[in-house]
Write a protein that binds this ligand. Structure first.
Ligand SMILES: [Zn+2]
Length: 192
């Protein structure tokens, strides 16, 4: 997923954070402002790109967000196009599911031009995938590290889903936007 993939060097920056009643923040006020989106959500900061895409790692937070928000192809960054059944989407799926209706995904759509290349190159898709056409894909939340509130003794929880409207959003450092897929038509599937 060349467009949205992390490139070598784009690893998480070990920024100092603080947690108070307002939520989690980077203690560097400039970085804290830069790393918030227009909805005020704080995003993971990464180092600068210094090499080729790293397939199989989590997607780059900023480009995942852009591609998912605008519905751009994760591979080429262009709009994937629609037909009567909606837009193309490829999901990693090691085993068949009865239905994909209502499934949450943090992988942006993949256009038909890129589909063959992506399913051959991406390790998680090579291990099994389904290609869907999707009519509706509302944004439903974020995935990231949820930090405990002041007074809580628990550890930060990585890879946690937080719904859009949740008050937990203030305590999240996000790495991806999540959409839920509806009106799904299975086009092809591959289970090695
Ligand atoms: Zn594409």
């Amino acid at each position: 997923m060349t467009y949205a993939a992390r490139r070598a060097g784009e690893t998480p920056l070990p920024l100092a954070i603080a947690v108070d009643g307002d939520g989690v923040r980077y203690t560097d006020a400039f970085l804290d402002a830069v790393m918030r989106d227009i909805d005020g959500i704080l995003w993971q900061a990464t180092g600068p790109a210094a090499g080729p895409p790293v397939h199989g790692d989590p997607l780059h937070p900023g480009r995942q967000r852009d591609a998912m928000e605008h519905l751009w192809c994760a591979e080429c960054g262009r709009p994937p196009g629609r037909n009567d059944d909606g837009m193309p989407w490829a999901l990693a799926a090691p085993t068949p599911e009865h239905t994909w209706e209502g499934v949450n995904t943090e992988v942006p759509p993949i256009c038909e031009t890129c589909l063959g290349r992506v399913t051959a190159a991406c390790p998680s898709l090579r291990a099994g995938h389904v290609v869907l056409r999707v009519r509706e894909a509302p944004l439903v939340g974020y995935r990231g590290t949820l930090h405990p509130r002041p007074g809580q003794t628990s550890q930060p929880k990585a890879d946690t889903f937080v719904p859009l409207i949740s008050d937990d959003c203030r305590y999240l450092i996000a790495i991806s936007l999540v959409r839920q897929l509806f009106g799904c038509t299975v086009i092809t599937s591959h289970y090695p």
